[in-house]
Design a protein around this ligand. Structure first.
Ligand code: AFP
Length: 335
């Protein structure tokens, strides 16, 4: 399908007028985040020339060593968003607690959550990384961590930016999924897909196979059947991909289908999974569902989980409907 090559600004103005009726503050939020992603892309693309590789010498709330670009990306998103009057507060993988908009700026009606740089272990090896963001409405009153604890179904917008061979921004405001590619010559986002759909079937799975011995039985059963190929119960051969950056693996699924899994495993049995619900799983689940896919934690729809902590983790299975339904079904059989 030939996509009309319109700019992000034109798309947002049309959405403001049209069916989606996106409010002015949400339009401003999206434009500000998209501009911040351009600035992050510039820093990412400098690599060693910009002294942005390596570690920052600090740890985040997850106890993970922060890379310099983690810190830079986080600061770019905060500085870009704090003055516009569209936000009540921000929450980030890189910050222990939420950040209320400083009193010197007007407070808006939205809450922005983000993983400023997902896939940090890929930074120094020049493999795709990205920014993931989620938007909720502030329900009024003082802004606290609890203001953010809304289920994924409450999201009004979600998106990600992949810093790869192309710099692409994928976005939903609840009326399907669109993609923009950064035109570096003009410095503008140009629409390159106007209605992303995930194929219901796939022959491609994404999981970190090195964790196989730690998985629960439904996941092991599903992957064993994929590995058995056309002579096994699935009757077809499968391919495997694992970029170790959720944003890149999900983008592949948005582009050609597939199933992505980061399930619970017994290495840390008290943790429901590795990925974070609020600023990784929820925004990606919103995008996947809007593109016709499915996203569960094995037992329920990820977007229906009621969060209890800002940085809580979750088991993730998402992508092509018919594949996610199979592995979810295996979980239901043993619960
Ligand atoms: P980092 O940002 O620490 O590299 O983690 C990325 C991530 O949260 C997610 O984007 C990947 O899918 C997953 O972790 C990769 O985890 P493994 O390194 O255990 O495969």
């Amino acid at each position: 399908m030939s996509t009309k090559r319109i700019s992000l600004t034109q798309y947002l103005i049309e959405q403001q007028r049209g069916e989606a009726q996106i409010p002015a503050q949400l339009r401003l939020l999206i434009e500000v985040v998209a501009r911040a992603c351009k600035r992050i892309a510039i820093n990412v693309n400098k690599g060693a020339l910009g002294d942005v590789l390596g570690t920052a010498g600090s740890e985040n709330v997850q106890g993970e060593v922060q890379k310099k670009l983690d810190v830079i990306a986080n600061e770019v998103l905060i500085e870009a968003n704090e003055w516009g009057g569209h936000l009540a507060g921000m929450a980030s993988e890189e910050m222990d607690d939420m950040l209320a908009v400083p009193n010197r700026y007007p407070q808006g009606e939205y809450l922005l959550l983000f993983d400023p740089l997902d896939g940090s272990s890929n930074i120094d090896i020049n493999v795709s990384i990205g920014t993931i963001f989620s938007v909720l409405k502030h329900q009024g009153g003082p802004v606290t961590n609890e203001s953010f604890l809304q289920p994924g179904t409450a999201q009004v917008c979600a998106g990600y930016c992949v810093y790869g061979p192309q710099t692409t921004l994928v976005l939903t405001v609840g009326k399907g999924v669109v993609m923009f590619t950064l035109d570096r010559e003009q410095g503008s986002w140009v629409m390159t897909e106007d209605n992303i759909r995930i194929p219901e079937d796939t022959k491609e799975f994404a999981i970190n196979m090195s964790n196989m011995r730690h998985w629960a039985s439904p996941v092991k059963r599903y992957i064993d059947e994929c590995l058995a190929g056309k002579d096994g119960p699935r009757g077809k051969d499968f391919n495997m991909r694992w970029v170790a950056a959720m944003v890149a693996d999900v983008h592949r699924i948005m582009t050609r289908g597939g199933i992505f899994m980061y399930p619970w495993d017994k290495r840390e049995p008290n943790k429901p999974g590795k990925l974070r619900l609020m600023y990784e799983a929820n925004p990606m689940s919103f995008l996947v569902e809007q593109a016709g896919g499915v996203a569960t934690n094995g037992l329920q729809r990820i977007m229906e989980i009621q969060p209890t902590q800002l940085h809580e983790r979750v088991s993730v299975m998402l992508g092509s409907r018919n594949e996610v339904d199979i592995v979810t079904g295996y979980h239901q059989e043993v619960k």
